[in-house]
Design a protein around this ligand. Structure first.
Ligand code: NIG
Ligand code: FE
Length: 413
């Protein structure tokens, strides 16, 4: 497939650039008035229309993208899209002034989702997660990480991971799975944390590893959830099975979670709404990626992460959706990129880089996703006619995406 007359081909980073740190995020290389050739599911070549070789311009399968931008697909590195039911009942409580913590303490929250998921079949979960993923793909997402964490029993956590395995087989995009059994303490382990941790370490992790059901391990390291010591135990055990951490850190409090993640060579520490000086220092020049989830801050009315100072301190900043039924009932990466600009005060270039190349890096797939480079996967989208790059985040809440292309073919859903 050949795409011609592209107003701007966005994100033509050198192929060897696998992540963007600090001020590197300011640079979003763009080719104006360009063509792009896709072959065998990959990006074959691209260049300026003024210099298009005649053997290429004569190709049959062509799309003319006049006035339109071509972007690499969004790489959403943090989601919880396998869940049994939405939680609108908490929406009303939230509007009435209850906090996320108060709702969870009153029997809402993660335990509520776990109760429902335990009673839901694998097939039902697969169907509902498929329809969420399809929506996300239509909104430009071309790679995704999905977590377990609403099972909270060996059987139900495995059920969730099997659903993710089936999603991997069904969808034409790269998917990574994270084991988040340490998402909340089930009620029966409320007064015996160690017994639940032992269950995760001695039963669940070995099974998950034996069946190769997860790429990463995640822990909700937070006051009232998993302490730093508890998190460290789980991360150490997971490491012996080759499961690297991507953890929930500093969402509701400044708990030392970021430091715990870094000490265990986490691929990413995610959330960081509580970005204190220690967090800035710990992530400065660190290889652990700071993944920010601004639509979570937006929805549950908590502070927005300090993206600016993270970038000023030379951190690698990524953006992701956190799509889940409790704190972020949306997987719209266009909105995430808008919030990156509006609330995290990132420039459009920084925000787009964070949601593409750095998002891919947070799933260890930036060698094949996240930018327009020869040999990378041809997962991209063509926008509606747009006046400028900034129009995409500026027109918040609306999708500027006209055509989604996955593996070099138009995605019809
Ligand atoms: O990333 N904070 C932990 N996990 C999710 C929310 C889970 C839920 O409320 O169901 C999050 O925000
Ligand atoms: Fe999350």
């Amino acid at each position: 497939m050949l795409i011609t007359n592209i107003k701007a081909l966005v994100g033509v980073h050198p192929k060897e650039k696998l992540f963007l740190r600090g001020s590197e995020l300011n640079q979003l290389p763009i080719l104006e008035n360009a063509w792009l050739l896709l072959e065998n599911g990959l990006i074959k070549d691209f260049g300026l229309m003024s210099k298009i070789p005649s053997q290429i311009s004569n190709l049959k399968s062509q799309i003319s993208a006049e006035d339109r931008f071509v972007f690499p697909s969004w790489c959403d590195s943090h989601t919880h899209i396998v869940f049994a039911a939405p939680r609108e009942e908490e929406f009303a409580l939230k509007i009435a002034g209850k906090t996320y913590e108060e709702i969870a303490a009153a029997g809402g929250g993660i335990l509520n989702s776990a109760n429902k998921l335990q009673k839901t079949t694998e097939d039902e979960l697969f169907e509902s997660a498929s329809s969420r993923l399809k929506d996300m793909i239509k909104q430009g997402t071309g790679a995704v990480e999905i977590k377990s964490g609403y099972g909270l029993t060996v059987e139900s956590e495995l059920k969730m991971l099997r659903v993710i395995e089936r999603l991997k087989a069904k969808f034409p995009i790269p998917i990574k799975a994270s084991l988040l059994a340490a998402h909340a303490y089930p009620t029966e382990f409320k007064n015996n944390h160690q017994a639940y941790i032992n269950l995760i370490i001695n039963e669940l992790i070995p099974k998950v590893a034996a069946e190769n059901l997860a790429d990463y391990v995640d822990v909700f390291c937070e006051k009232g959830f998993f302490s730093n010591e508890e998190t460290a135990q789980i991360l150490s055990a997971a490491a012996t099975y080759g499961l690297k951490p991507k953890i929930h850190a500093n969402q509701l409090s400044s708990s030392g979670a970021v430091q715990t993640g870094i000490a265990h060579q986490a691929i990413s520490v995610d959330h960081l709404e509580e970005t204190d000086e220690e967090v800035l220092e710990a992530l400065s020049n660190s290889d652990t990626i700071a993944t920010l989830l601004p639509s979570c801050s937006f929805y549950i009315n908590i502070p927005f992460a300090n993206a600016k100072d993270l970038i000023n301190n030379n951190a690698i900043v990524a953006l992701a959706s956190d799509y889940n039924p409790g704190s972020t009932p949306s997987g719209n990466m266009n909105f995430v990129v808008s919030l990156g600009c509006i609330k995290l005060k990132m420039t459009p270039e920084q925000s787009i880089n964070a949601a593409t190349l750095n998002g891919a890096a947070a799933m260890e797939m930036s060698n094949e996703m996240g930018s327009i480079a020869i040999g990378k996967k041809a997962n991209l989208f063509i926008t509606h006619p747009m006046t400028s790059l900034a129009y995409l985040p500026y027109s918040f809440g609306q999708s500027q995406i006209e055509t989604v292309i996955l593996n070099g073919e138009i995605y019809h859903g």
